[in-house]
Design a protein around this ligand. Structure first.
Ligand SMILES: CC(C)(COP(=O)(O)OP(=O)(O)OC[C@H]1O[C@@H](n2cnc3c(N)ncnc32)[C@H](O)[C@@H]1OP(=O)(O)O)[C@@H](O)C(=O)NCCC(=O)NCCS
Length: 156
């Protein structure tokens, strides 16, 4: 476990780094979420960076951009998500980053959708106090593949 983690506002210069992180095929399989091409990625981030209901933070590890953690509303529920570059996995960074994010974002309940096979992400959420509240057997990812998910909830 490391304590050398901080969150800061997302800067435009982070986007090429996030772009590389989100097109890692191992990560795509883990998250059951496909990579966006450059145009789609930049358009998506331009949109969410303008949207005041979306909370976006860059995760810094020893001063390096390790990934991002974010929160958005969908169907009236507030969700969290996060994504790290593969070189930063397995160091406790996501757990520390989400835990810090939860001190800054105090809306409850909070939800997260996690592919059932994404053991690491489920552990991150559970270590931060989330618990499984339901399942979604019918979800499809952006490639149209069926993905079974757990929905985890952080209660008040
Ligand atoms: C999921 C992800 C954020 C985890 O980040 P991380 O910094 O490696 O996680 P941590 O080091 O904080 O580890 C959290 C727990 O998961 C476990 N873990 C980490 N990688 C694992 C793996 N590949 N398989 C099983 N467990 C794993 C750790 O051992 C730890 O549990 P423990 O404390 O009980 O030992 C990172 O792998 C990632 O960005 N993946 C791609 C994107 C993604 O899946 N996002 C989430 C979508 S819901």
């Amino acid at each position: 476990m490391t304590n050398n983690i901080s969150l800061r506002k997302v800067q435009d210069s982070d986007l090429p780094i996030f772009f590389e992180h989100q097109r890692d095929s191992v990560a795509n399989q883990m998250a059951a979420f496909p990579a966006r091409d450059k145009d789609a990625f930049m358009a998506h981030w331009a949109k969410i960076m303008k949207d005041e209901s979306v909370i976006l933070k860059t995760i810094l590890f020893e001063g390096q951009v390790a990934g991002n953690v974010l929160s958005f509303e969908i169907s009236g529920e507030r969700e969290v998500g996060y994504w790290l570059g593969r070189e930063f996995w397995g160091k406790g960074i996501a757990t520390r980053a989400l835990s810090e994010f939860l001190t800054q974002v105090q809306v409850r309940p909070l939800y997260a959708h996690v592919a059932k096979h994404n053991i690491a992400s489920r552990r991150v959420l559970e270590k931060c106090g989330f618990a499984i509240s339901s399942e979604d057997k019918g979800g499809a990812n952006q490639s149209g593949e069926k993905v079974e998910e757990f929905i985890l909830k952080l209660s008040a």
